[in-house]
Ligand binder design. Structure first.
Ligand code: NDP
Ligand code: 8X3
Length: 252
């Protein structure tokens, strides 16, 4: 039987691009996200080329995550690949002006949601001694930037959790990878700026950001290395993005 992948946050951006890429390569897909209409559209598009099980899921709801995994149809139940992609940034304000609810939502989604999905899927992988978890981290987890405060903190958690998972899984054939993208044009900025299209558009103005398909390429590559090879981390930026020197505040 072909390999199977569960992709969270498949309704747009990297998740949808991964769905299209893995479908094209003949993988069976389990796709989830909160927006049912988007899932219906994606299932209609991809079900002509591969078996697709799509279900609405809010990864912040631990009971719903466990129920969805327990209710997978038998032909999908042995998951080969979990792509923990669902996530978001909310706001770009300095910490002292941030909305606490935005912080809670990022922690609940990017950290706790990722943990719920991992914890629900991992025992089966260990039991089958086969499987791969690809987490979508970010350069924001590696480098600070103004306004990155809690978003970057959640992605630093994802990086360290990915590495720690590897240590727990030593002796099994279960693999773990953290993919750490830089600026990519998806709905990410629209979500970060709460639907403000002009603010979101300005992030990409005059630049050539990564496309979602570029990250799907990296996820597919990491997932298809020989079984004895574990890609621990992959950091990817567009050529138009690089690093700044330390900022120094000088008194006038
Ligand atoms: P998008 O906004 O295009 O996609 C985010 C996806 O996450 C959507 O499918 C959304 O689906 C899903 N999602 C958000 N919250 C939840 C939730 N509570 N439950 C289930 N699904 C949820 O952005 P990207 O594709 O860019 O983002 C994907 C991942 O990549 C995120 O983890 C993001 O942090 C990370 N990333 C993005 C970068 C970028 O520059 N674009 C760079 C580095 C990392 P729905 O709304 O239907 O629930
Ligand atoms: C998304 C990349 O640089 O906007 O994780 O934080 S960035």
């Amino acid at each position: 039987m072909s390999q199977s992948a569960l992709i969270t946050g498949a309704t747009s951006g990297f998740g949808a691009a991964c769905a299209r890429r893995f479908a094209a390569e003949g993988w069976r897909l389990m796709l989830c996200g909160r927006r049912q209409e988007r899932l219906d559209e994606l299932r209609a598009e991809l079900a002509t080329i591969t078996p697709v099980h799509a279900f609405a899921l809010d990864v912040r709801d631990e009971a719903a995550v466990n129920a969805a995994i327990a209710a997978l149809p038998a032909e999908f139940a042995a998951i080969d690949l979990l792509v923990n992609n669902a996530g978001l940034a909310l706001g770009l304000e300095p910490a002292q002006r941030c909305d606490m609810q935005d912080w809670e939502d990022m922690i609940d989604t990017n950290i706790k949601g990722l943990l719920y999905c991992t914890r629900a899927v991992l025992p089966g992988m260990v039991e089958r001694n086969r499987g791969h978890i690809v987490n979508i981290g970010s350069v924001a987890g590696n480098y600070p930037y103004p306004g990155g405060n809690v978003y970057g903190g959640t992605k630093a958690f994802v990086k360290q959790f990915s590495l720690n998972l590897r240590t727990d899984l030593l002796g099994t054939k279960v693999r773990v990878t953290n993919v750490e993208p830089g600026m990519a044009e998806t709905e990410f900025s629209l979500v970060r700026f709460k639907g403000d299209e002009s603010k979101a558009g300005r992030i990409y103005d005059g630049a050539q950001p990564l496309a979602a398909a570029d990250i799907a390429d990296v996820v597919y590559w990491a997932a298809t290395r020989p079984a004895h090879v574990n890609i621990n981390r992959v950091e990817v930026m567009p050529v138009c993005q690089a690093f700044s020197p330390f900022a120094i505040h000088r008194e006038a």
